[in-house]
Design a protein around this ligand. Structure first.
Ligand SMILES: Nc1ncnc2c1ncn2[C@@H]1O[C@H](COP(=O)(O)OP(=O)(O)OP(=O)(O)O)[C@@H](O)[C@H]1O
Length: 686
C-alpha cells in the first residue's frame, strides 16, 4: 500500500487557537506497532481524507470557497495515510460529510432570522435541505481537553441478595480496550451481555471500588475533575416534560458551564448547540412525556446529546442513542457522533443492532458476549478477524448481524472452524450440540479462547505504551477539585425558576382547577350564609373550617409524595454531572412549590368564605388564609419527607394515606369533643 503523504491544511483562526492545545502533545512515537500513536494517525487520516473528499465534492464550493471552512482539529498537523482513503469507513465518512452534517462546538451564535431558515439536521430533512445546509458557513472548533481512555482486564460482579442467602454474579470479566480523542468506540453485544454496565464503569457511574482491573483517563485513575469533562447520555431520556427544548438547554448551560462565563455567554452557547444539532425548528416545543405530546423521538435524543455536549466534554458516553429510531434518523445520530469525535472528543457508545451503514461509521469496536470480550479492535477489521479464526457468514449479511449471531452462539448461517466441530465430536456429549451443531455455550467458549490466545496479550501490550501527552496535561485529570458551574445562590435561583416552570402545568391543569372550584362551590352551597350568632351556628362553621383544613392537608401531601420518586432519575443524572449542590436542589424544590400552592387556595377560600358568609373583615380572612397556607406547608413537608424516605410510589402513597387518615380522625375528634376550645382557636371569634 502507498503510504504517508503530508498535506498542509489551510490555516484558519481556529488553527491558531487549537495550536495551543496541539502544543500539549508530544510527537507521536514512530513505531509501526501501533499503540496509541499509530491508532492516532489512523483516525487523523480519515479526518484528512474526509476534508479532501469534501473539498472535491460538487456544490461545496471547492477547497477555497468563501463558505468553506477547513476545520482542523487538535491534532491536524500530523501525517495521514492514503490507504485509509480507500477503506469503506473513510468513503462513507466523506460522503456523509458532503451531506453537510458536520458539527463543531463553539461560542458562535447564529442570528435568529438565520436560524429560522436553516435546517441542518431535522427529522423531515430532504436532500435539498441537506444540500442547503451544506452551503451554510461552518464555524470554528473549540479546543477540547483531550482524554485518552484505557481499560485493562476490567471485571465487575454484583452480590444478589436472596431471602435466605446471597450469591455473586459475574457481569463482566477481562475486558480490555482503549479509545482516543477523535475516535468513536462502539460497544456491541446481545441483550444482557454487559454493554451498559461497561459504559457505566467507564463513565465513572458505578462505584470504582467494586471494579476489578484498571480504567485510566490520560493514564490517571478516575477523579472528581472528570465529572465536569464527561458527558453521559443515558438509555432513558431523562428530561423535564413541560420545559421547551430551549429552556431545557438554557438551564443546563446556566448550571453547568464554568463560572467565568457570563449569563449571556452561557445562553448564547445553548443557542449555538440548538443550532449545531438542528433543533432550531423545535426549540420552542415542549419536550413532552407520557401525557403531553412533545418533540419526536429523534429530537428527544438530540436534546439529550445537546445537554451533554453543551459543556464541550472531553469524553462523551452514550447508551443506545439509536434505539427506537428509524434507520435514517439513527444514521444521522451516528454521523453526528462522528462529527463530535472529529472535534477532538472521545466518544463511546453502546449500540444494539446497527445497520451496515452505521457499522462502518465506528472507528473501534468491542464485541461482548455474556460479559466476556469476543473482539476489540478496528470495526473495519472485525470481519477479517473472525474470518481468521474460521467464522464466516454463509450468506450475504450485515456485519453487525453476523457479529451478534456469533456473540449469541447462533451459527445457523455461519461456517465454523473444523477445530470447533472436532472438539464437539471428541467431547461426544449430547449436551454440547444442538442438531449436530456446537451449542451456543461451546461457540462462546471458543470465541473467548480464540480472542485470549490470539489478540488479548498483544492489545494489552499496546496499552502499556504511554499516551503522547505532557505530564502536566495528564496530571490535570487527577485534580480532586469539583468545578461548580454556578454559585450556591445562582444554583438555588435557577432551580427555583426551573421548578416553577416545570410544575405550573400540573398545578394549573383544568382537572385540578375544576376539582378545587367545584369543591369550593359545593361547600359554599352547603354552608350558604351560615349563622355565627349562636353556639350551634359556630359549631357548624367549625365543621366547615375543619373540612377546609383537611382538604388542604390531603391535596399537597399527595402532590409532594410523587416529587422525589419521579424526579429521582433526573436528580441522579444531574448530580452525577455535578450540576448543583444537593442543599440547593432540596431548598429550591421545596420552596418553588409554595407560590404555586398559594394561588389555588386563595381562589378556593375567596369562594367559600364569601358564599358561607364567614366573618366579613380583612383580619379573619387573612388569618384563615394563613391557617390554610400553614396546613399546606406542613402537608407538603410531610409528603416530601415520606416520598424522599421511601422512594417508592406505592409504599409512599400507602403511608401517606394512613398518616392523613390518622390526622383526620384526630382532628374530627378534636372538633367533635373539644368543640368549644376548637371554636375559640379556629374561628377567631373570641
Ligand atoms: N446491579 C445488578 N444486579 C443484578 N444484575 C445485574 C446488575 N447490573 C447488571 N446486571 C445484569 O448484568 C447483565 C448485563 O446487564 P447490562 O444492562 O449491562 O446489559 P446490556 O448488554 O446493556 O443489555 P441491554 O442491551 O438489554 O440493555 C444482565 O444480565 C443484568 O441483569
Amino acid at each position: 500500500m502507498e503510504k504517508t503523504s503530508v498535506y498542509s491544511l489551510g490555516r484558519t483562526k481556529s488553527d491558531q487557537l487549537l495550536e495551543t492545545m496541539a502544543a500539549a502533545y508530544k510527537s507521536p512515537p514512530t513505531n509501526e506497532g501501533g499503540g496509541v500513536a499509530s491508532e492516532e494517525s489512523g483516525t487523523l487520516s480519515r479526518k484528512s481524507s474526509k476534508r479532501q473528499m469534501t473539498a472535491a465534492s460538487p456544490g461545496r464550493g471547492g477547497g477555497g470557497g468563501k463558505n468553506t471552512h477547513i476545520r482542523k482539529s487538535w491534532s491536524a498537523q500530523m501525517k495521514f495515510d492514503l490507504d485509509d482513503v480507500s477503506n469503506g469507513a473513510a468513503l462513507s465518512r466523506a460522503s456523509s460529510a458532503s451531506l453537510g452534517l458536520s458539527f463543531s462546538f463553539t461560542g458562535f451564535t447564529v442570528p435568529p432570522e438565520d436560524i429560522a431558515d436553516s435546517k441542518p439536521f431535522s427529522d423531515d430533512d430532504t436532500p435539498a435541505d441537506l444540500e442547503a445546509a451544506a452551503q451554510k458557513p461552518k464555524f470554528q472548533t473549540e479546543p477540547t481537553f483531550p482524554i485518552y481512555l484505557k481499560f485493562t482486564d476490567v471485571s465487575y460482579k454484583v452480590i444478589i441478595k436472596g431471602m435466605t442467602s446471597s450469591e455473586e454474579k459475574q457481569i463482566l470479566s477481562g475486558i480490555t480496550g482503549s479509545v482516543n480523542p477523535g475516535q468513536v468506540l462502539a460497544l456491541m453485544g446481545p441483550s444482557g451481555s454487559g454493554k451498559t454496565t461497561l459504559l457505566n464503569l467507564l463513565g465513572g457511574r458505578l462505584n470504582q471500588s467494586t471494579v476489578g482491573g484498571s480504567i485510566t483517563y490520560n493514564d490517571q485513575p478516575y477523579s472528581k475533575f472528570l465529572k465536569s469533562r464527561i458527558g453521559f447520555v443515558t438509555q432513558d431520556d431523562v428530561l423535564f416534560p413541560h420545559l421547551t427544548v430551549k429552556e431545557t438547554l438554557t438551564y443546563a448551560a446556566l448550571l453547568r458551564l464554568p463560572k467565568h462565563l457570563t449569563k449571556e455567554q452561557k445562553e448564547k452557547r445553548a443557542l449555538d448547540v440548538i443550532y449545531e444539532l438542528g433543533l432550531e425548528r423545535c426549540q420552542d416545543t415542549m419536550i413532552g412525556g407520557s401525557f403531553v405530546r412533545g418533540v419526536s423521538g429523534g429530537e428527544r435524543k438530540r436534546v439529550c446529546i445537546a445537554n451533554e455536549i453543551l459543556i464541550n466534554p472531553s469524553v462523551l458516553f452514550l447508551d443506545e442513542p439509536t434505539s427506537g429510531l428509524d434507520s435514517t434518523t439513527a444514521l444521522r445520530i451516528v454521523q453526528m457522533l462522528q462529527d463530535i469525535a472529529e472535534a477532538g472528543k472521545t466518544v463511546v457508545t453502546t449500540i444494539h443492532q446497527p445497520s451496515s451503514r452505521l457499522f462502518h461509521k465506528f472507528d473501534k469496536l468491542i464485541l461482548l458476549g455474556k460479559g466476556s470480550l469476543l473482539y476489540f479492535g478496528k470495526a473495519s477489521e472485525a470481519m477479517s478477524y473472525f474470518s481468521s479464526i474460521g467464522c464466516n457468514p454463509l450468506i450475504a449479511m450485515n456485519p453487525a448481524e453476523f457479529l451478534l449471531d456469533l456473540a449469541n452462539g447462533n451459527i445457523n448461517d455461519v461456517s465454523v472452524p473444523s477445530e470447533l466441530e472436532d472438539r464437539v465430536q471428541m467431547d461426544n456429549s449430547d449436551a454440547e450440540t444442538i442438531n449436530g451443531k456446537p451449542s451456543p455455550k461451546v461457540v462462546h467458549d471458543y470465541l473467548v479462547e480464540a480472542y485470549e490466545t490470539r489478540v488479548a496479550e498483544n492489545e494489552k501490550k499496546k496499552l502499556m505504551v504511554p499516551i503522547p501527552l505532557d505530564e502536566e496535561v495528564k496530571l490535570k485529570v487527577s485534580a480532586p477539585k469539583r468545578q461548580w458551574g454556578a454559585s450556591w445562590w445562582e444554583q438555588y435561583t435557577l432551580l427555583f425558576c426551573r421548578g416553577i416552570k416545570e410544575r405550573r402545568h400540573d398545578y394549573f391543569s383544568w382537572l385540578r382547577i375544576t376539582q378545587v372550584l367545584s369543591t369550593a362551590i359545593i361547600l359554599g352551597l352547603l354552608w350558604w350564609q351560615s349563622d355565627s350568632s349562636s353556639p350551634k351556628g359556630l359549631q357548624d362553621q367549625a365543621g366547615l373550617i375543619f373540612f377546609i383544613a383537611v382538604f388542604w392537608g390531603f391535596f399537597p401531601v399527595f402532590t409532594a409524595i410523587f416529587t422525589f420518586p419521579q424526579e429521582r432519575a433526573m436528580l441522579n443524572k444531574e448530580r452525577a454531572a455535578d450540576m448543583y449542590r444537593l442543599s440547593a436542589y432540596f431548598l429550591a424544590r421545596t420552596t418553588s412549590d409554595l407560590p404555586l400552592d398559594l394561588i389555588l387556595p386563595v381562589l378556593f377560600l375567596v369562594v367559600v368564605y364569601f358564599m358561607a358568609g364567614l366573618r366579613m373583615s380583612a383580619g379573619p380572612f387573612f388569618l384563615s388564609l394563613l391557617t390554610v397556607f400553614l396546613c399546606i406547608v406542613a402537608a407538603q413537608g410531610l409528603g416530601l419527607a415520606i416520598g424522599a424516605t421511601l422512594m417508592d410510589l406505592k409504599k409512599a402513597t400507602t403511608l401517606a394515606s394512613v398518616t392523613v387518615m390518622t390526622f383526620m380522625l384526630a382532628g374530627g375528634y378534636f372538633v367533635k369533643v373539644k368543640t368549644w376550645t376548637s371554636l375559640k382557636f379556629m374561628t377567631f371569634q373570641w
